[in-house]
Design a protein around this ligand. Structure first.
Ligand SMILES: Nc1ncnc2c1ncn2[C@@H]1O[C@H](COP(=O)(O)OP(=O)(O)O)[C@@H](O)[C@H]1O
Ligand SMILES: [Mg+2]
Length: 616
């Protein structure tokens, strides 16, 4: 019976292994190793300081989880004692009358323990999931307040890992990790205490074997960490091969590189296989190693016990209960050792999230920022100078021009001269180092960013699209727009011409980043989106790039309809698409010449500096 009991760890098993544990332990362990390689591990205290507030509203859930888990452990303690009692009073004496009462109590205890264990697992999981939901929302919302440059500078896969795996690692420290720490510690105290109550001297001897478990855990854990780090690296490499290969599929096939790409995946996959096999080997060996130690302990106890029983100082029931307590105690101790390890590893993962949260947006609203409302769209750049943060060479110097409603100002100049940079300044992703930018005479720094951006529509060089339908992509500008408004914008933008021929019309999915459409079609959807948005200022950043002459001509007419009545800044170096009455500002790289020249539709004007860029 004892061995059966020794293996009956249902309740404690649930206590020690949090529900998410099995699913994630390998991933988490490996993740934190890579986290540690990327940045020094930060202290657990800092993690708690940053993320403890995220448990607000969940603390009662976690506390209830702890209470239930402890109740379950207590039931287990009493049940084992009852088992000893039954052995001594019923089995040894063969008096069946004494069996029923303890048997029913045992049954009752099992029911309570089961219910408590369920409650503990459920409530802790609920708290953990809500924590994850809240923290992920918070980190994502924070990223959206940062300039787009924040994510442009980083690998998307890495950012996504931070929002998923790293956030989970934090939860396992601050949320369910804490729950496990408390409940496992309580179990250790209960089981050790119960063993001491039976025979303190015997308990002392057997406790002396506890360090053996810790040594074995340690030996395995360090090896496991190394293997996990390799697995993580291979996994990252494999993901990037896949990501690049799939995103560039047209290139791969056109250049007949399919075989090379497949080999790259295979090679990385082989590294992954080897690392995983090392892990499988280690975890396969770990179980038996622990079992050997447990068996040694059991034999030691039985040996001592036999001697003690012979001399009448211990009953058989007492011995069996004692053995059972130890069988519960050892895994609890082991789990505590592992917890300490994983907790410190989890802390390392959290600094990747803290790095995001501590990134400040370069530009924020002033305390007394005003709402611009709907402006007339008059733009003025007044001797604007700007260098990117951390770069000493300015991109723009002394740039001045004005543009009012109905006017088109064209910016041309070589690639890298700073044309797109002036758009970023206009949207206030950055503030100029010198000079000012005004909208309707108000310095942009005095406006809320939200109201400023409401007044400006940008059509980017590469049409940005989501993978929804044609209609979704147009309505993105104004989710509350009626279907009639969407249709009207689509008609003006020339979307209707091709949309009606699509298999499901406006409900046709556009594919990953709109890849199922042609460049000209994508651009016309973007124009429809801009028409629907109806902002007074329009910025077109090389809208014809990548379009052939015929397609560009098709796009031109909708574009002119869009420009009508608005202040338009048109960035292009193709003078074919510049309207007749447009003024042209030529922007040259600062390092060659820090001057800006004014030309009219290809005809050079006198070089000028300063604020001369008004309509001649
Ligand atoms: N986020 C950035 N950080 C640092 N330098 C940048 C950044 N974005 C652009 N640059 C640099 O600023 C210069 C102007 O870029 P850009 O305005 O995009 O030129 P373009 O006139 O082709 O639109 C380039 O030399 C580019 O390398
Ligand atoms: Mg550009």
């Amino acid at each position: 019976m004892a061995p059966v009991l020794l293996r009956s760890r249902q309740v404690v098993g649930v206590l020690l292994d949090s529900p998410r544990e099995g699913r994630r332990s390998v991933r988490r362990l490996s993740l934190n190793v890579s986290g540690r390689e990327l940045a020094p591990a930060i202290s657990i205290r800092r993690t708690f300081r940053e993320f403890w507030p995220d448990t607000r509203g969940l603390r009662r859930l976690f506390a209830a989880g702890v209470v239930f888990a402890i109740l379950a452990a207590l039931c287990e303690v009493v049940a084992i004692r009852l088992f000893g009692h039954i052995t001594d009073e019923v089995l040894t004496t063969r008096e069946l009358d004494a069996f029923w009462v303890p048997a029913f109590i045992w049954l009752g205890l099992a029911a309570i323990a089961g219910a408590a264990s369920f409650g503990g697992t459920y409530l802790t999981a609920l708290g953990a999931e809500r924590f994850l939901l809240g923290l992920r929302d918070r980190v994502y919302a924070h990223i959206q307040t940062l300039a787009p440059e924040f994510s442009e500078k980083r690998r998307l896969g890495d950012l996504m890992a931070r929002l998923t795996d790293d956030v989970e690692a934090i939860e396992e420290l601050v949320g369910s990790g804490l729950v496990r720490l408390i409940t496992t510690s309580a179990s250790v105290v209960f089981f050790a205490g119960a063993a001491f109550l039976i025979r303190w001297d015997l308990a002392l001897i057997t406790m002396a074997l506890i360090p053996l478990f810790l040594v074995v855990s340690k030996v395995f854990a360090s090896r496991f960490r190394v293997a996990a780090a390799r697995e993580r690296r291979s996994n990252g490499a494999m993901n990037s091969v896949l990501e690049e290969g799939l995103a560039n599929q047209p290139l791969v096939q056109a250049y007949n590189r399919q075989g090379a790409e497949s080999r790259r995946l295979h090679d990385e996959g082989q590294g992954w296989l080897r690392a995983n096999m090392t892990q499988a080997w280690l975890s396969g060996l770990y179980g038996p190693a622990v079992q050997v130690i447990e068996t040694v302990c059991l034999i030691v106890i039985l040996g001592f016990g036999a001697w003690e029983i012979a001399s009448g100082r211990l009953t058989i029931g007492g011995l069996l209960a004692f053995a059972a307590y130890l069988a519960m105690l050892y895994p609890a101790v082991q789990s505590l050792g592992q917890l300490a390890l994983t907790v410190s590893e989890a802390a390392a993962g959290s600094d990747r999230v803290i790095e995001i949260l501590s990134s400040k947006p370069g530009v924020t609203d002033a305390d007394d920022a005003v709402d611009a409302g709907r402006t007339s769209g008059r733009i003025e750049f007044d001797r604007v100078g700007f260098a990117y943060p951390g770069r000493n060479r300015p991109v723009l110097r002394d740039l001045s021009f004005t543009a009012g409603p109905g006017e088109v100002v064209v910016f041309s100049g070589p690639s890298g001269a700073g044309k797109s940079t002036l758009v970023k300044l206009l949207l206030r992703f950055y503030d100029p180092d010198h000079g000012r930018i005004l909208l309707d005479g108000i310095d942009l720094r005095r406006l809320t960013r939200r109201s400023l951006r409401e007044n400006v529509t940008v059509l980017h060089q590469e049409t940005l699209m989501f993978s929804g339908t044609v209609r979704d992509n147009i309505a993105y500008a104004r989710p509350d727009a009626t279907i009639d408004e969407v249709m009207k914008a689509a008609e003006t933008a020339g979307v209707h011409e091709f949309a009606k021929a699509l298999p499901q019309g406006y409900e046709t999915p556009v594919g990953q980043r709109g890849r199922l459409l042609s460049g000209g079609q994508r651009q016309r959807i973007a124009i429809a989106r801009a028409i629907l948005r109806d902002a007074p200022v329009l910025v077109l950043d090389e809208p014809m790039t990548g379009l052939d002459a015929a397609t560009a001509a098709q796009v031109m007419r909708p574009l002119q309809r869009l420009m009508a009545g608005r202040t338009t800044l048109l960035i292009t170096h193709d003078m074919r698409y510049v309207p007749e009455n447009a003024r042209v500002v030529e922007i040259e790289p600062v390092r060659q010449r820090d001057r800006i020249r004014l030309k009219r539709a290809g005809v050079p004007f006198h070089p000028f500096r300063g604020n001369n860029c008004k309509r001649p």
